[in-house]
Design a binder for this molecule. Structure first.
Ligand code: BGC
Length: 741
């Protein structure tokens, strides 16, 4: 594994799809010939993206789109999928527009097309990069088989505020984990060949800093130093582009008082000049139109001018480009060369995908029926769902439950529902989804009795507890209890911020009463949610907690696999779970401050009423087995600036089951010219160990891993003292020190 993405500026990030310079040039020449035949209006048409109907059967519902397509006023249609639908629309473009330029079909395929994998935050909890790449590969295969060319993924917004509902779409709070996952996702989506019919073009989003919205409130202001932007929020974008990600989507937010969709520093300076990105930039949905609401444009023309001049190539759904750009060119406010550049990038993408050779190459009924929701894809979704689950607590070894239990009370609003897919579920269908109830029946057999009661709802604000008594009656009859609690799919999504991130509705009351009633009967609590929750009270009373996130189409089977011990949980948290909302933003790689907790009892950076530490830290997760870490050995204690230091230690499975341990290496630069975090994840290894088995793990601490941005925003490394921590989470492990001379 490359431990840390290259974060140097002024180094080209590579070509879209990683094609060779020769191939890039050849496609460019093909495009240039076409461009010479195009009118200004046709070029602007390529820069216009409109929403299609999601209806996959029958002709396109929106006849206005068809008319615009025929007159060359549309370059791309999103929310367009299904072979029949896309073929008919493509015919309008290819058969009826003057130059017959094919359309580009985009769709949000975020964690599966029809076979839905766990939500991205859950996938990140697996820390299994090959598994993530494979899941992403499958979603591309399915999407491409349904006529889609381009997905708006990966979403790489680093997020330290779980109130923000879109944390479910990303990889959490850490820059390295997010960057490595971004790379894996781009590889999975794009494969190695852009015009292969089972791959898609990727779109890294939302550029940039969308995850830092103030107070976690959706679309809210972002204000941060350029240092923080470049050090913590941009590297995952850069990593995705180095991996060949073909396109970039702008974000809705402002960054330091300028909306990202017309941000010269982000779009022109960093993306184009420093990184040399040659691919296409699309806006987020109506983001150009929103420049008026932000208050930086008086009208459509000003909004279009600002965004196109900053470097936007395609307008998603505002229609401001198509409505105003030709006039702006005529009156000299936008240079025609800028239009040529933008249209060229759109056409280049179409050429790279092979659409000029065969505009229907992705529209194949046979593939559409054969490649979607196959048994193999379902198996992969089940495996990944198992790998994503995080065992948060297991007092008295309540888990795994014995399969001797034949009377299981399944209590709670998530026990018997297919709403386990999460948001951004593309064409995912609840009818395909295995509920937890079905999963337990599949596991225990038809003879087992599953006593099901919802007890209460998980609706925000609901206080109705009248169903609890019936649930308790079932608890009294059962020999094991599974409490299935959590959020609804709609609670963590776009435009789904929550100020209180506890269990919604009266679920805590249900848990309290069930746990009190159960006595000696084992109770396992399974959580389904799209963000870190505040679980402090639940943690106080529940002996066993399994975080299952939204596990996808095979969710119920996967949870049963883990509950009954067929699979040993190995997920590790990609985001801190706070004790209370008052700690937010909370993240493990914080600064020490000048008065850290523990030095002076009063004058310290601390709360009077709650601890500083989260309830469950970043990187944390238990297993049904135990692991022991030996002492860290280092080749030497002093190295030169350009040297790599090898450190190693032995990890042993000291329990009685096979298990997977994620061994995490954190580094602290103790004194530097700018303040460095108390620890930063710099590498990790996922080990599979049989009972009694030991493995020696070696990490190489390279100069790149020790580098950081100095006050002048240059990437440097400096001599001095470093601390290495290796352990099973950000809050545990052995430490050693070394010095760079
Ligand atoms: C979201 C994007 C998404 C786009 C198209 C927007 O509302 O922010 O992430 O790709 O819609 O569906």
């Amino acid at each position: 594994m490359s431990a840390i993405p290259d974060r140097k500026t002024n180094q080209p990030c590579g070509t879209p799809f990683g094609v060779s310079p020769e191939r890039y040039q050849a496609l460019d020449e093909q495009v240039e010939t076409l461009l010479r035949q195009m009118t200004l209006e046709e070029k602007i048409g390529q820069m216009n993206q409109v929403a299609g109907s999601r209806d996959t059967t029958g002709a396109p519902a929106n006849t206005e789109i068809e008319e615009d397509v025929r007159t060359g006023r549309v370059g791309s249609v999103f929310n367009a999928f299904g072979v029949e639908f896309t073929r008919e629309l493509q015919q309008q473009a290819v058969g009826h527009s003057r130059l017959g330029i094919p359309l580009l079909f985009g769709y949000d395929i975020i964690h599966g097309f029809r076979t839905i994998f766990p939500i991205p935050l859950a996938q990140a909890a697996s820390w299994h990069l090959e598994g993530i790449e494979q899941a992403t590969r499958i979603m591309a295969v399915e999407g491409a088989a349904a006529g889609v060319h381009w997905t708006f993924a990966p979403m790489v917004d680093v997020a330290r505020d779980p109130r923000w509902g879109r944390v479910m779409e990303g990889a959490g709070e850490d820059v390295l984990l997010t960057s490595l996952i971004a790379r894996a996702q781009v590889r999975g989506i794009q494969g190695s060949d852009p015009d292969a019919v089972d791959t898609l073009a990727a779109c890294v989003k939302h550029y940039a800093a969308y995850g830092a919205a103030e107070a976690g409130r959706e679309y809210n202001t972002v204000d941060m130093s350029e240092w923080r932007l470049r050090e913590h929020y941009l590297p995952p974008f850069r990593a995705a582009l180095e991996e060949g990600c073909a396109t970039v989507m702008t974000a809705f937010n402002t960054l330091n008082a300028i909306p990202a969709t017309c941000h010269p520093l982000l779009l022109d300076q960093i993306l184009r000049r420093e990184w040399g990105f040659e691919g296409m930039v699309v806006t987020d949905y109506t983001a150009i139109m929103e420049l008026e609401q932000h208050g930086v444009a008086a009208d459509a023309a000003e909004a279009a001018r600002k965004s196109v001049n900053a470097g936007v190539d395609m307008d998603m759904q505002s229609s401001y480009f198509i409505d105003t750009l030709s006039e702006l060119v005529r009156c000299g406010q936008v240079n025609e060369a800028r239009i040529d550049e933008a249209a060229r990038r759109v056409l280049w993408l179409k050429a790279a995908l092979g659409l000029f050779d065969d505009p229907y190459r992705y529209a194949d009924e046979a593939r559409e029926t054969q490649c979607i929701l196959t048994d193999e894809h379902r198996r992969a979704a089940r495996t990944q769902a198992c790998e994503s689950m995080v065992l948060l607590k297991n007092e008295g070894f309540v888990l795994p439950l014995s399969d001797q239990h034949q009377k299981v009370a399944l209590i709670g609003p998530l026990g018997n529902t297919p709403r386990l897919l999460g948001s951004w579920r593309a064409d995912g269908d609840h009818d395909d989804t295995v509920t937890l109830r079905e999963g337990i029946i599949n596991r225990l057999g038809e003879d087992a009795v599953i006593l099901c009661a919802q007890g209460v709802s998980n609706e925000i604000g609901d206080t109705d507890t009248s169903g609890i008594e019936d649930a308790l009656e079932l608890v009294r009859q059962a020999d094991a209890v599974v409490l299935a609690l959590g959020e609804d799919e709609a609670h963590a999504d776009e435009a789904a911020s929550r100020a209180d991130i506890g269990l919604p509705g009266p679920q805590l009351e249900l848990a309290r009463r069930v746990l009190a009633e159960a006595g000696d009967t084992p109770v396992a609590t399974v959580l389904f949610n799209g963000r870190p929750l505040t679980l402090t009270e639940l943690d106080d009373m529940a002996p066993a907690l399994l975080e299952a996130w939204w596990p996808g189409t095979e969710g119920g089977n996967a949870v049963a696999d883990v509950l009954f011990g067929d699979v040993n949980p190995s997920g590790r948290l990609p985001m801190s779970f706070p004790v209370s909302v008052g700690q937010i933003p909370i993240y493990y790689n914080a600064f020490n401050t000048g008065r850290p907790k523990g030095v002076d009892p009063k004058y310290a950076s601390q709360y009077l009423d709650i601890p500083n530490a989260p309830l469950y830290p970043f990187g944390f997760g238990l297993s049904y087995t135990t692991f022991e870490y030996g002492a860290i050995k280092s080749a030497c204690t002093e190295i030169g600036l350009e040297d790599t230091l090898e450190v190693s230690l032995t990890v042993t499975n000291t329990g009685e089951r096979d298990g997977i341990e994620v061994v995490q290496l954190y580094l602290q630069d103790v004194h530097a010219s700018v303040v460095r975090p108390i620890r930063e994840l710099r590498d990790f290894q996922r080990l599979s160990l049989a009972p009694g088995q030991s493995e020696r793990v070696t990490f190489r601490i390279t100069p790149e891993m020790r580098s950081f941005l100095n006050a002048g925003l240059e990437r440097v490394q400096e001599p001095g003292l470093f601390r290495v921590q290796i352990g099973s989470s950000s809050a545990s492990g052995e430490e050693i020190e070394f010095r760079v001379a």
